[in-house]
Design a protein around this ligand. Structure first.
Ligand SMILES: O=C(O)CCC(=O)C(=O)O
Length: 288
């Protein structure tokens, strides 16, 4: 695999520059763009243990050392429900490799958390998590990996705690990345083991790769050797834009906390106008 360099970093990005030079063209790290969010000071594992310790969270596990792919491990693994307090307590354990991946429920059920995110300013304004807005919490132990995938939609990853290493592959690399066949998700028995919302999200909004981009196995996946990627390390206060159709894999270098959100075109970097939340419904379709 070839590293093409670092994802461009642009601290002083404006809405005009974003739409002219970046949007749907390339990923970008916007360092410090959310440095004013209170979550940067307050969100850490203990904060969630003390405030939300009794809340049930769904944990998922991906072992990047296993030959089984990210999708197969997601399918096979019985999702484990734990209290947030139990989760935080096992985070620092030597083999603590559970992640809270893409939890939509916690932010929906506890909208006061959005105050800590300044309601996503300057990336929009969201008084409360509206149904048409995708936003999710990510929590991972040191070494936790999110396997290589694409999400349908223009994605913003807001990073709040710890550091993450991100590998990003352009859409033209797809033929080198051994995409999974989604037929695996049609198996009828799955509906008994995996909750309906998660299954629907996997079937309709995610495309999966079989490869482990952080530890590539060129014997099994020889085309992967020719794949080229961009590299980034993100720190608290950074916002990372990942365009629709770009593959990404993420490894946590410490215990990490992030929030992701779909980019809604009319809101981005716009002066907030709480009285006029219009223009929220722009979404993008992506299917192979
Ligand atoms: O932070 C992570 O572990 C993964 C984030 C991600 O894949 C996403 O926001 O789409």
């Amino acid at each position: 695999m070839k590293c093409l360099g670092q994802v461009e970093r642009c601290a002083d990005i404006t809405q005009e520059k974003f739409y002219n030079d970046v949007f749907q063209k390339q990923p970008v790290v916007m360092p410090g763009k959310i440095a004013h969010w209170r979550a940067l000071q307050t969100w850490n594992p203990d904060f969630f243990r003390s405030r939300y310790g009794g809340v049930a969270v769904w944990l998922s596990r991906y072992d990047p050392a296993s030959p089984r792919s990210f999708l197969q491990q997601n399918i096979d693994y019985d999702f484990r429900e734990a209290s947030f307090a139990e989760y935080v307590d096992q985070l620092s354990a030597p083999n603590g490799c559970y992640s809270i991946r893409e939890s939509i429920g916690l932010l929906k059920a506890n909208p006061e958390l959005l105050d800590d995110l300044d309601h996503f300013r300057p990336f929009g304004y969201s008084k409360e998590p509206a149904d048409d807005q995708f936003m999710a919490l990510w929590f991972a132990p040191k070494g936790g990996v999110t396997g290589l995938h694409i999400d349908v939609g223009e994605n913003l990853l807001f990073h709040l705690h710890g550091h993450k290493h991100v590998l990003i592959f352009a859409p033209d690399q797809t033929r080198l990345l051994y995409e999974e066949d989604l037929q695996q998700l049609a198996e009828p028995g799955l509906a008994d083991r995996i909750d309906a919302d998660t299954l629907e999200m996997w079937r309709s909004y995610v495309r999966w790769s079989k490869v482990n981009a952080f530890n590539p196995d060129f014997k099994r996946f020889p085309r992967l050797e020719g794949a080229a990627y961009l590299d980034a390390v993100i720190a608290p206060g950074d916002a990372l834009y990942i365009p629709c159709g770009w593959w990404h894999a993420v490894r946590s270098l410490d215990i990490t906390i992030s929030v992701s959100k779909s980019l809604f075109r009319d809101e981005f970097l716009r002066a907030p106008d709480p009285a006029d939340p219009a223009g929220r419904s722009t979404t993008w379709e992506l299917r192979p």
